[in-house]
Ligand binder design. Structure first.
Ligand code: ADP
Ligand code: MG
Length: 350
């Protein structure tokens, strides 16, 4: 089911939690809403579910304006961070819940419900655990039961709000892979909320980066990581360094010194801007006459195959702090002066 969010605004007591948000979700797609806490991810998900009504704008399910449809009418399944399984019900009864509470005419016969529960258990790889109670399951198993329960009603759209957020890192990683496989098998249109960039980049077909109630960028993992379109996206996803620069026809300047990069790769071609690059996208410059950024190593530390140097560049009184990756054999002791140049970068208007 295609879902289209059109120019949505959502106010809580006049405070806009979302402002003019538009998004087209394609049928069968796994999309991640990624952003810091408070950016409006949950609000957008709840609007799609029908748990909130928009202040302005519309939500379409396929060609139909679903803006005023109830949760039940929208036929969505959802899973939240804090698994809300019914403690007093077995796994099987939890999964069957959405079917057993259907109005009489739509309720499948008991044998049919049993058959579906069996199928769903198999789908989430929990066959054999149907008689257990939630407190007899691990956190990861409980979230898979929650997913099976959401799937039981054969939802048109699956909405997942930080479903693995309460689990420890190792289980979270396993479930992430598992969910991707599950999605590829079942092909449900899925919207997944997370504040964890790694989770979003690994899992999603497309990532929607949100900040302060607005969408900053929509794209593949490669798009948002390699081609961030705003300073926010550049610094929110992955490690980055930034410096104030001046862009001229013949180069990019930091504190009136050319730094050896061309005035392209940016949203402006002249004037004051901010240069962004990633720590791994630099080379050391050994020729003292070649233009480069120059700074003093304040600390450096070894990672597995590389070394990270913290460098203060710029005037001694007001240095700018950047982190760069240097080869293990580089002279990068505290106090050393290093000269370097970004190999990939982007400039944005200041
Ligand atoms: P996220 O899920 O990205 O952390 P939310 O969608 O939960 O963000 O919240 C976005 C903003 O809307 C926040 O500032 C939050 O405080 C506010 N907000 C969310 N729900 C409500 C509500 N029911 N009443 C008032 N403010 C709300
Ligand atoms: Mg949230």
């Amino acid at each position: 089911m295609d879902v289209s969010v059109k120019n949505i605004r959502k106010e809580f007591d006049r405070y806009p939690a979302l402002n003019d948000v538009s998004l087209d979700i394609r049928s069968g797609e796994l999309i991640a809403l990624l952003g810091p806490s408070g950016s409006g991810k949950t609000t957008l998900l709840r609007l799609i579910a029908g748990l909130e009504t928009p202040t302005l704008g519309k939500i379409y399910f396929g060609a139909e304006d679903a803006s005023h449809r109830t949760v039940q009418e929208r036929h969505v399944g959802f899973v939240f961070q804090h698994y809300a399984l019914f403690r007093h019900m077995t796994v099987a009864d939890n999964i069957a819940f959405g079917l057993t509470v259907r109005p009489r005419g739509e309720r499948p016969p008991k044998a049919e419900i049993q058959r579906r529960v069996g199928e769903l258990l198999e789908m989430v790889q929990l066959s054999g655990l149907e008689k257990r109670y939630p407190n007899q399951l691990s956190g990861g198993q409980r979230q898979r039961v929650a997913l099976a329960r959401a799937m039981a009603i054969e939802p048109k759209v699956l909405l997942l709000d930080e479903p693995f957020g309460a689990l420890d890192a190792k289980v979270r990683k396993e479930l992430r892979r598992w969910l991707r496989e599950f999605h590829d098998r079942t092909g449900h249109t899925t919207v997944f909320v997370t504040h964890d960039q790694e989770e979003a980049l690994e899992l999603a077909d497309r990532v929607v980066v949100m900040s302060q109630g607005a969408i900053e960028q929509v794209g593949s993992s490669d798009d948002v990581y390699d081609r961030p379109n705003s300073p926010f996206v550049f610094s929110f996803i992955g490690d980055s360094a930034s410096l104030p620069v001046t862009i001229a026809d013949n180069g990019v300047y930091f504190e009136n010194e050319a730094i050896g990069i061309a005035p392209r790769n940016g949203d402006i071609t002249s004037g004051n801007g901010t240069l962004f690059f990633r720590p791994q996208d630099v080379v050391l410059v050994s020729d003292p006459a070649a233009p480069a950024l120059e700074g003093r190593v304040s600390t450096s530390r070894r990672l597995a195959g590389t070394r990270i140097a913290d460098i203060d560049v710029g005037k001694p009184g007001e240095p700018h702090h950047v982190e760069i990756e240097v080869p293990l054999d580089a002279q990068a002791a505290t106090g050393t002066t290093l000269r370097f140049r970004p190999t990939r970068w982007k400039t944005f208007a200041a």
